[in-house]
Design a protein around this ligand. Sequence first.
Ligand SMILES: C[S@@+](CC[C@H](N)C(=O)[O-])C[C@H]1O[C@@H](n2cnc3c(N)ncnc32)[C@H](O)[C@@H]1O
Length: 277
Amino acid sequence: MAIELKPDFFDRCARQQQDVMGMQGPYAAVLGDYTLVQLVKDPDYAAARLEPFWAGHIRACLKADPTRRVISYDAGGGISVMSLKLAALLQDEIRDGRFLPVVSELSGGPEHFLEVAKALVPQHGNSYQVSVAAAMLKEFRQGVCYTETALSGNNTSVVWQGEEIDLAGGVDFIHESCAVTPWSRIPEWHILGLGRLASPRCVYAVHQDDIHELTGWMDKAGVERAQRHAGIVAAHRALQEQFGLTPVDHVEAGAFAGRPMTYRIFKGPEAPPITVG
Ligand SMILES: C[S@@+](CC[C@H](N)C(=O)[O-])C[C@H]1O[C@@H](n2cnc3c(N)ncnc32)[C@H](O)[C@@H]1O
């Protein structure tokens, strides 16, 4: 895996390390609930949302090859309401070992995170949302594999029910929202870690806002911001050149064909057309 280092990479690495040590501070806890997130801007039409697209891709992969385990990965997924929903929808497939939703959450396990989310209720809307998340966690927690590792560098394994699973080249849907891309100080490295997980049928979806609006403390002159943007551009180039992923900005099929998407998608050579509606 060749990495194109942008200026001050090692200084940014050190700052990243500090962020991770002080995890409670910089990363606000969020529910990982993408129910209302639009893939295409059309608030009246539920089929234009991310959630049915994500579930549809998993189902299509399950159908295409019934013998292969399908894996979904929400990078920085918080409490991961979306993955818990998938676990609820696909309980039989999880039990049979045919589907595995994985969530990486650097700031701790879901039980800890729920406590943090409760404390943040005033900032994050209503307590109803948190109680729904708590109920889902109680019911479907066993179906979701949580990892506290960023899965970059050489470590691409998770442990699931006693089995060590290497995710490299085996993940069919990678998602991130308000997570790796906007938070990482070294995106030229972290985003490659995600590319490394991609299977030939993979869809990697990152919100466009996360590419353009970076988060966390930055110097006033905006030097680090510029370096991080350059790192993101380099990583996206590497996703294409090293991992064979193709960028997609517009819907490719379905009722919304041709419409621009709120997400930037990279897809593997065997992924079906990006279909919405
Ligand atoms: C604001 S939360 C987003 C939670 C959830 N995705 C959502 O939108 O509801 C930010 C998350 O980014 C994750 N994160 C930040 N940098 C990361 C990195 N380099 N690798 C993996 N996850 C990272 C943290 O674990 C944290 O949970």
